[in-house]
Design a protein around this ligand. Structure first.
Ligand code: AMP
Length: 615
C-alpha cells in the first residue's frame, strides 16, 4: 500500500539531495494515483475505525463498521446546515467526541457562509501534516517544467487575517492564517530552498494589512534580481499588490534610496526583519523610479522583476475574471494554478502547471480524504434560479460514485469524508472530469454552486443578493418608488473590484428620490451581505464600495429581447440576477440614468456576530 514517503512534508531530509526529494515526491504521486481505489478504501477504513465510537457515527448506527457499503447505506449526504447544531455545541465548549476522536484544535473559518456568517470547520492538529504534504508536492511537480527555481526566490504576497475566539475559547480563523502561523510554515522555511521567499515571516505575520503589504513589496523590490517567480494565493490579491505599488512607489523608492524604513511601519518585528534586507541603494531606487514613472504599467512585473518565469496565482473559477489584467501587468507571463483546496480539506494539485488557465485540471490526491461525487444533472441546460440547498433523496444518494468511477466529461458535486470528522459533506463545488492520471481523475473547476458574485474570497449567492436588495428598496417606499427589475455585475476593471447593481425603477410619486436615499440603499445592501463580503470591504480592503446604477425604463425588456435573439426560450426566460457577458453589460451601461456609490463601509467585526455579545 503506498504511503507518503517519509520526510516529504517535514523540514529537511538530512543527507538527501533536492533531486532525490523531488523524485520521491513524484513517486508518491505516481503510487497513490496508480492505486487510487485501494488508497481510498484504506482512507475510509482509517477514518471510520479510529472514530468508530464518536457520537455522530453512533447516531447513524455505524456500530464500528468500516466498509464503504455500510457507510454509504447508513450515512446521509449532508450540508453545513445539517451539522450546525453539533458544530455549535463544540463552539460552546462541548469537548466530547462528536465528530472525531481527536480533540478539536481550532475552527477554520470558511469563505463559504451560512446565515451570513463564515462556516466553522472543526479541525485537528494532524490535518496540518496533510496540508503540508500537499504543499510539499507542488515544487517537485513544477521543477519538471521550470528547473532551477531553487537557485532564486519567490516573491509571494501572503497575508494573515484577523482571528476570533468562539464562546468556549477555541480559535476561529481562516485556514491560511492557521497555516502561516504554524511551525510547519515558519520553521520549515529556512531549510527548504523552495520556500525561500523575499518576504520574511514577520512581514507575512503582521496583522496590519498596510504594514504587511508595504514591507513585503519593499523586500521584494530590494531583492528584485533574485526573484524567479511571483504570486499570491488568488489573482485578486496579486493585483492588489501591484495596485499598492502604483500608489506607493515613491515612498518605497525613498526607503530604498536612503536605506531607512518609512516611519509608518511601526511594528517592531517587521522593522527589525526589514532592516536586515534594506540597504541604501540609490541606483536601484533610480531604476524603480524610472520604470514606475514611465506612464504605462504594462509589463511592470517583468520590468521590475526581470528574471520572473511565471505568476503563481489561482485564476480558475471566479478568479478567471482577472486574467486580462494579469496578462497586461506581466506581458503574458505564464499564469500557474498549482492547487485546489478548502478549509474542509486540501484536495489536489495541477500536474501540468504551465498549461493555459482554461485547461487547468486538478488531480485529487487520494490520501487527503475519502472522495465521492454526485452527478450534476443540467436540467436541459436551464439551471434553477434561487435554488436553496435541499437534502438528497434516496435515489440521489445512490447516484454517488467513488473517485475511480467518475466518467470523463461528466460534471459532479464534490462530497468529502475527512480525518477531522466530516462525513459525506457537500463542499459546494462543481467539477468536470477532464482526464486521468493513472487511476485518479483530473478535474476542471466548474463553479461554486449558487454563487453569483465574487470579487475576492467573497461568495454571494442569489438568495443573499435578493434579500439585501429587498432590505434596500424599503428606503424607496416613502417616495412611492419601487424596484421593477434588477441584476448585478462584479466589476473588476476597478482595483479593488466592486459589485454593481443595475436597478430599473417603477416611479409613482411626484417627489424625486434624493441621491442620499440611493446612497442609503447602497449601504443597506452592503450591510445585508455576508460577513466575508463585509470583511473584504472593511478589513482587507479587497472589495471597493458598492455601486447602484439606475437604468431607463424598458431596459430589462431590451435585455430579454437580446436573450431571445440569442436563442433563449421565451417560456423559460428569467431575468438573470447576475450578468457577465460583455454585450449585455454594455447594453445595461448604455441606458444608465444615474449612479450612486456607498458612502461608507458597512459594519463588520471579527468572528460571529453573536459571539461578541457572549464573550
Ligand atoms: P475556503 O473554504 O474559504 O478556503 O474556500 C475554498 C473554496 O475556494 C473551494 O471550495 C473553491 O470553491 C474555491 N477554490 C479553492 N481553490 C480553488 C481553485 N484552485 N480554483 C477555483 N476555486 C478554488
Amino acid at each position: 500500500m503506498p504511503e507518503a514517503p517519509q520526510n516529504i512534508s517535514s523540514a529537511v531530509v538530512v543527507g538527501s539531495s533536492l533531486a532525490e526529494k523531488n523524485k520521491k515526491a513524484l513517486q508518491f504521486i505516481e503510487d497513490v494515483t496508480t492505486n487510487a481505489d485501494q488508497v481510498q478504501r484504506r482512507v475510509l477504513a482509517e477514518i471510520l475505525s479510529r472514530s468508530s465510537h464518536v457520537e455522530y457515527l453512533q447516531r447513524h448506527g455505524l456500530n464500528g463498521r468500516t466498509d464503504s457499503e455500510t457507510f454509504k447505506k447508513l450515512l446521509p449526504v449532508v450540508t453545513y446546515e445539517d451539522l450546525q447544531p453539533d458544530i455549535n455545541r463544540i463552539a460552546n465548549g462541548d469537548t466530547s467526541p462528536i465528530f472525531c476522536v481527536q480533540p478539536i484544535s481550532e475552527f477554520l473559518t470558511s469563505s463559504g457562509t451560512s446565515g451570513g456568517e463564515r462556516k466553522l470547520m472543526p479541525t485537528i492538529d494532524e490535518e496540518l501534516e496533510r496540508r503540508s504534504l500537499l504543499y510539499s508536492l507542488l515544487m517537485p511537480v513544477m521543477d519538471q517544467f521550470v528547473p532551477g527555481l531553487e537557485h532564486g526566490k519567490g516573491m509571494y504576497f501572503l497575508f494573515i487575517k484577523s482571528e476570533a475566539k468562539t464562546p468556549c475559547g477555541l480559535v476561529a480563523r481562516p485556514v491560511l492564517t492557521s497555516y502561516y502561523k504554524s511551525s510547519h510554515f515558519k520553521d520549515r522555511r529556512p531549510y527548504d530552498p523552495y520556500t525561500n521567499y523575499t518576504s520574511p515571516n514577520e512581514t507575512i505575520l503582521c496583522p496590519d494589512s498596510y504594514q504587511s503589504m508595504y514591507s513585503q513589496l519593499l523586500c521584494g523590490l530590494c531583492q528584485h534580481k533574485e526573484v524567479l517567480r511571483v504570486g499570491a494565493v488568488f489573482a485578486s490579491g496579486f493585483i492588489r499588490a501591484i495596485r499598492f505599488l502604483e500608489k506607493h512607489w515613491t515612498l518605497l523608492c525613498n526607503d530604498i534610496r536612503t536605506g531607512t524604513l518609512n516611519p509608518q511601519i511601526t511594528d517592531p518585528s517587521v522593522r527589525n526583519a526589514v532592516s536586515k534586507i534594506l540597504k541604501p541603494d540609490p541606483k536601484l531606487a533610480d531604476f524603480i523610479e524610472a520604470e514606475c514613472s514611465r506612464g504605462t504599467w504594462q509589463g511592470i512585473i517583468t520590468r521590475l522583476w526581470p528574471n520572473t518565469k511565471y505568476i503563481d496565482v489561482i485564476v480558475t473559477g471566479t478568479m478567471s475574471q482577472y486574467i486580462p489584467t494579469l496578462d497586461y501587468y506581466s506581458n503574458d507571463l505564464p499564469l500557474v494554478c498549482t492547487m485546489y483546496a478548502s478549509s474542509e480539506c486540501y484536495f489536489g494539485l495541477n500536474l501540468r502547471p504551465l498549461c493555459k488557465p482554461s485547461e487547468v485540471s486538478y488531480t485529487l490526491i487520494p490520501t487527503m480524504a475519502y472522495f465521492e461525487f454526485l452527478p450534476v444533472h443540467k436540467n436541459n441546460g436551464v439551471s434553477n434560479s434561487i435554488s436553496l440547498p435541499t437534502s438528497l433523496n434516496d435515489k440521489e444518494q445512490q447516484e454517488l460514485v467513488d473517485l475511480v468511477d467518475v466518467k470523463l466529461g461528466q460534471e459532479y458535486e464534490l462530497i468529502v469524508t475527512t480525518y477531522a470528522g466530516l462525513y459525506r459533506y457537500r463542499v459546494g463545488d462543481v467539477l468536470r472530469v477532464a482526464g486521468f492520471k493513472n487511476q485518479a481523475p483530473q478535474f476542471t473547476f466548474v463553479c461554486r454552486k449558487n454563487v453569483v458574485l465574487s470579487i475576492d474570497s467573497d461568495k454571494t449567492d442569489e438568495v443573499e443578493l435578493q434579500n439585501a436588495t429587498k432590505n434596500a428598496v424599503n428606503h424607496l417606499v416613502p417616495f412611492d418608488a419601487s424596484l421593477a427589475e434588477y441584476t448585478s455585475y462584479a466589476d473588476t476593471t476597478t482595483i479593488p473590484g466592486h459589485y454593481i447593481l443595475y436597478w430599473e425603477l417603477r416611479l409613482g410619486g411626484s417627489t424625486p428620490v434624493p441621491p442620499s436615499v440611493f446612497e442609503d440603499c447602497c449601504l443597506t445592501v452592503e450591510e445585508s451581505l455576508n460577513s466575508v463580503y463585509r470583511q473584504g470591504r472593511v478589513s482587507d480592503k479587497s472589495i471597493g464600495p458598492l455601486e447602484i446604477k439606475i437604468v431607463e425604463a424598458g431596459t430589462f425588456d431590451k435585455l430579454m429581447d437580446y436573450a431571445l435573439s440569442m436563442g433563449a426560450s421565451i417560456n423559460q426566460y428569467k431575468t438573470p440576477r447576475c450578468v457577465k457577458f460583455v454585450p449585455i453589460v454594455e447594453l445595461l451601461n448604455s441606458r444608465v440614468l444615474s449612479t450612486y456609490v456607498s458612502p461608507k463601509c458597512p459594519k463588520w467585526v471579527p468572528g460571529h456576530k453573536q459571539w461578541s455579545t457572549q464573550n
